[in-house]
Design a protein around this ligand. Sequence first.
Ligand code: SF4
Length: 328
Amino acid sequence: MKYYANTPKGIKCLLCRHYCDLSDGQTGICGVNKNEGGTLKNLVYGKVAALHTDPIEKKPLYHFLPGSSALSIGTVGCNLKCPFCQNWEISQVTEVPYQQKVTPTQLIHMAIDNHCQSIAYTYNEPTVFYPFARDVALEAKKHGIKNIFISNGMESPEVIEDMVNIIDAFNIDLKSFNHRFYKATLKGHLNSVLDTLRRIKEGGFWLEITTLVIPDENDSREELTAIARFIAKELGTDTPWHISAFYPQYKMIYKNRTPAQSLQRAYDIGKQQGLHHVYKGNVAEQGITRCPVCQKELVVRSGYFIITNAISQGRCPACNTKISGIWN
Ligand code: SF4
């Protein structure tokens, strides 16, 4: 895809919903995409600031190749300004601390050497480095390696359309169901994220959702119910919902951790709204996938590791119900 459109005064970046208008020499809200001589230059192309082999469960993705490893890469920069960001050291800066560049081919060799079945674009917002992620993803596909996007959901519709047959799975943060919170605190748009979620679902990608439950910010019964209801009604009751415990971080260092009762309440709300797969994150508790029909325990996890996985050819071995996900 072409990542920008020409305008009378310069260019418009098409990567995310901010659609920044950029005159020559100007950099967008993310700080890492710039109009250089009338074209869009991605300033972090190949400049990887974080690189690890992670269990796929850490992304988190629980219904996508469980027990496999994902080569996880991130750069710097973000199109949101969340005061609770857990990766703020890289997301809220625009300079990579070193200048060593990696190529898509080098990353794919690393993935193969480390027995990774997927590449995860993660840590900072991957939409802001989509030109690089896309090139890595296309190289990965040549080797049968899957691609997953861990994102805040502010991708432009143009990017989502371009991702068909390139990106296989998403975990999207649905951080709140409050328009004001998204706009004033995060500097994003709730409606944009909801639209992205619908498009991802309609596009046939595998989708899981994460909500960080933050005390006094998004943990009211009404708001959590609204999130769970949206997922159930518009994305389907088989969509996994990860509710994650907050811990003090970045500009919210003064806040308390999420109490266990709050996370349990969020879990109960998810189940009451009909969600089949609700998982608690950032807590020492087993994440168990049960058959939605006969309730047999299918996948039992301890932290990021699989203890048992009874799913057979994508089905419950007890009652033969098809279990939503991409299974190995
Ligand atoms: S990716 Fe960056 S420059 Fe492009 S529209 Fe989004 S915030 Fe603006």
